[in-house]
Ligand binder design. Structure first.
Ligand code: S3P
Length: 173
């Protein structure tokens, strides 16, 4: 089997998928594809607006279409939405040509990163007790992130180490 030419970043909200995706794309001279941004562009609505007016199930359909499209690209870093792992088909698409890196951080770190953007940006956590939501959603999703990552990246280490680890694993595939 030939080498894979894409990097896909999965992981919970607030684990730095978009942040590191941009840095990696820059470093490797790859395209940067952010699934959520593509969904927003195609639908002319923000993610919170899509959740509010069309519901999560419709959002997941839009996400699957964008994932399928992104997975066909070459030399790209794909920052996935946190829920991409909820549909095994998404992972099957991505695996065809991407090494999948699972970005990780503690629940505490995730909470503080989310609150910096504002919880209104994350419909699933826009609840009175976002910390409890993170714990509950994580309980269900952790095994999925674990199952689908090719490599697991601690995003609480210094930024250059995160980038180095990903580049090294990707080059040595
Ligand atoms: C979601 C994560 C979000 C966005 C939507 C749902 C999730 O993306 O797709 O709010 O289900 O985990 P980020 O992981 O980029 O925040």
């Amino acid at each position: 089997m030939g080498k894979k030419t894409n990097i896909a970043l999965i992981g919970f909200m607030g684990t730095g998928k978009s942040h590191y995706g941009k840095i990696l794309a820059d470093r490797l001279n790859f395209n940067f594809i952010e699934m959520d941004a593509l969904i927003v562009e195609k639908n002319g609505k923000s993610i919170p607006e899509i959740f509010a007016s069309e519901g999560e199930i419709r959002f997941r359909e839009l996400e699957m279409a964008v994932c399928r499209e992104a997975a066909q690209m070459q030399n790209s870093v794909i920052a996935c939405g946190g829920g991409v792992i909820l549909n095994k088909l998404n992972i099957d698409y991505l695996k065809q040509n991407a090494i999948i890196f699972c970005m990780e951080a503690s629940d505490q770190t995730i909470l503080s990163r989310i609150m910096k953007d504002g919880k209104e940006q994350r419909p699933l956590l826009n609840k009175p007790d976002p910390q409890r939501e993170i714990e509950n959603i994580m309980k269900f999703r952790r095994p999925l992130y674990q199952a689908y990552g090719d490599s697991f990246i601690d995003t609480e280490q210094p930024e250059d180490k995160v980038v180095f680890e990903i580049c090294k694993y990707f080059k040595n595939q």
